[in-house]
Design a binder for this molecule. Structure first.
Ligand code: MTE
Ligand code: MO
Length: 545
């Protein structure tokens, strides 16, 4: 250690830890804010937060995903971002104190963190050319700011010149900070104010940059505009109309067709991929005799078909709401597979998204004549919303989303289950995921106050591609009574059910169970979502007053 550094270390030791912490936090806010702003303009998917969050999501053990969804539902991504921010700020405070005590140590830590995040950015799937830039810039800016701010903090602890600061009039000092350099000969109050002013300015600039970055999101703006201008072709085969009576006319009842805006969203993409249809193409390769590549215009020129399919997430707990029903517009995958001609040893299609997510779907399911397994471009008479896979996703009736419903899909690799493994399978979930028979009580709503008298118990039941034959309801352990099934749109969708109930004052326990068209009763055995879907009978407790 040089004599100068030694001296400054001794002096620094007198500075309060709080200024170090403040310097650390302000530096990181400045660096991260500018990093987000740079990302918004050059590489939205490479924002430092997106990179760290995306890496954490991919590294997270399977139980963590489950816990996150249980705790935060579809707000799990926001919760993760807040978590990262909190950890980062605590770390920043500690590093700031370190820098104050040991000059350059903290600076090196920040620079290294930035370089590390830049490296992670380049290791993400499909990194863009400048993926490394936002994180590296964030790290270097934070490091520089930390060096300057701690220098200021140290300066204020240097013994004041003759006399003390009592004589200095605070009002006489310039209110605009004049730079972090020098200052060691100024009165303590002055240097203190300069430190506070610069620290505050750094933090404020960081927050402004982050806000500007969010507002900018260049990539998102263009793709949103393209999507809004898009008119999908009319279907060659239209979906049947929703039968009269499919929707129960009861206040508060779940809509039988889920509006796009309230459709559940589950994916590993912290930043919604922005895919311009004119850049989109799908490649079918692997165990095929004829590799196929199809572009957006070519896909839209094909005879598109509409179909109703209820999508369900394997992570949906009994009674949960990670399920939705929509009218999809798309092209049958089996026709594209006919062009590609899979070889006889193939048994799986590994679909891949632009963001690296993969799903393993049995080849024979995709080839089935009677199954509407499609490459979807439309959802409820609109182009797919960005967060539901724009411009193209897969939809396969009867399979959980994680093994079939790849959004932003760009590749179908024809392969074998014993040769390739999909995203969630490497994290402990089953390679195959047929949807299990389930039923849910929607009315009365849990926690809703109910007054004694005649009311209706109602809900939904589903086992896509098998169909529901019967739903039964039990109150307070009494006899199972058969509910009335509403008309089903098809066996690929959920169906609503209802049963009258004369509610008496007091606490009650309602259960429901379904039977499918094959005559199988929904199992009572409780199972967790992992590894292949929850089972059990939902039990709803209501208080009648
Ligand atoms: N690219 C991509 N596609 C994906 C996923 C994902 O993480 N990434 N998640 C899957 C899962 S687990 C489900 S349940 C469905 C959910 O589709 P939705 O968000 O449109 O409801 O998308 C599937 N497709
Ligand atoms: Mo899912």
């Amino acid at each position: 250690m040089t004599r100068e550094a030694d001296a400054s270390t001794r002096v620094a030791a007198k500075a309060p830890a709080l200024s170090g912490a403040a310097a650390g936090v302000a530096s990181v806010v400045l660096g991260a804010g500018i990093g987000e702003l740079i990302a918004a303009t050059v590489a939205p998917s490479a924002s430092p937060f997106a990179v760290i969050g995306g890496t954490l999501i991919d590294l997270a053990p399977p139980w963590a995903k489950d816990a996150a969804i249980t705790l935060f539902g579809t707000a799990d991504k926001l919760a993760l971002l807040i978590g990262i921010a909190v950890v980062l700020l605590v770390l920043a405070a500690l590093v700031g104190v370190l820098e104050l005590r040991r000059p350059w140590y903290g600076v090196v830590v920040f620079a290294a963190l930035g370089a590390g995040a830049a490296l992670l950015a380049m290791l993400r799937p499909e990194p863009v050319a400048l993926a490394w830039l936002p994180s590296l810039a964030a790290g270097l800016i934070a490091a520089t700011a930390l060096a300057l701010l701690t220098q200021l903090a140290r300066a204020r602890t240097v013994s004041p010149p003759a006399g003390d600061d009592a004589g200095a009039s605070p009002d006489a000092e310039p209110s605009v900070p004049d730079g972090p350099e020098g200052g060691s000969r100024m009165p303590v109050a002055t240097t203190r104010r300069r430190f506070l002013a610069w620290t505050g300015a750094a933090a404020a600039a960081g927050v402004l940059a982050a806000i500007a970055g969010t507002a900018l999101q260049a990539g998102a703006r263009t793709v949103t505009a393209v999507r809004q201008a898009l008119r999908l072709p009319a279907p060659a085969v239209a979906a049947p109309a929703v039968p009269a009576g499919a929707q129960l006319d009861l206040t508060g009842m779940t809509p039988v067709v889920t509006p796009n805006a309230s459709f559940y969203r589950i994916d590993t993409a912290l930043v919604v991929p922005q895919v311009d249809p004119s850049d989109w193409s799908l490649r079918i390769h692997g165990l095929v005799e004829n590799e196929v590549e199809i572009g957006w215009d070519e896909l839209l020129a094909l005879p598109l078909e509409e179909s109703w399919t209820t999508l369900a997430c394997v992570s949906n707990p009994v009674g949960g709401d990670l399920i939705g029903n929509a009218k999809w517009l798309g092209y049958p995958i089996r026709r594209l597979l006919e062009r590609a001609r899979p070889t006889s040893d193939a048994d799986m299609v590994l679909s891949r998204s632009i963001d690296g997510f993969t799903a393993s779907t049995p080849l024979e399911v995709l080839q089935e004549e009677g199954r509407n397994a499609i490459l979807a471009v439309g959802m409820n008479d609109e182009p797919l919303p960005a967060e539901h896979g724009f411009p193209v996703r897969m939809v396969v009736p009867g399979l959980y989303g994680y093994v079939s419903a790849t959004k932003w899909v760009t590749e179908l690799e024809v392969t074998r289950f014993d040769k390739a493994t999909a995203y969630w399978t490497t994290r402990g979930w089953s390679a195959k995921g047929p949807i299990k028979l389930q039923s849910r009580i929607d009315l009365p709503r849990s926690g809703q106050g109910l007054s004694a008298g005649d009311t209706t118990i109602a809900g939904v039941a589903w086992q896509q591609h098998v169909g529901i034959a019967k739903v039964e309801v039990q109150v307070d352990g009494g006899p199972w009574r058969e509910a009335t099934l509403a008309s089903a749109i098809s066996d690929d969708t959920w169906v609503q059910w209802s049963i009258p109930w004369t509610a008496e004052r007091g606490a009650h326990e309602i259960r429901c169970r379904a039977t499918n068209t094959a005559g199988e009763l929904q199992t009572e055995a409780d199972a967790w979502p992992a590894p292949d879907g929850a089972t059990g009978w939902q039990q709803l407790n209501v208080d009648v007053s």
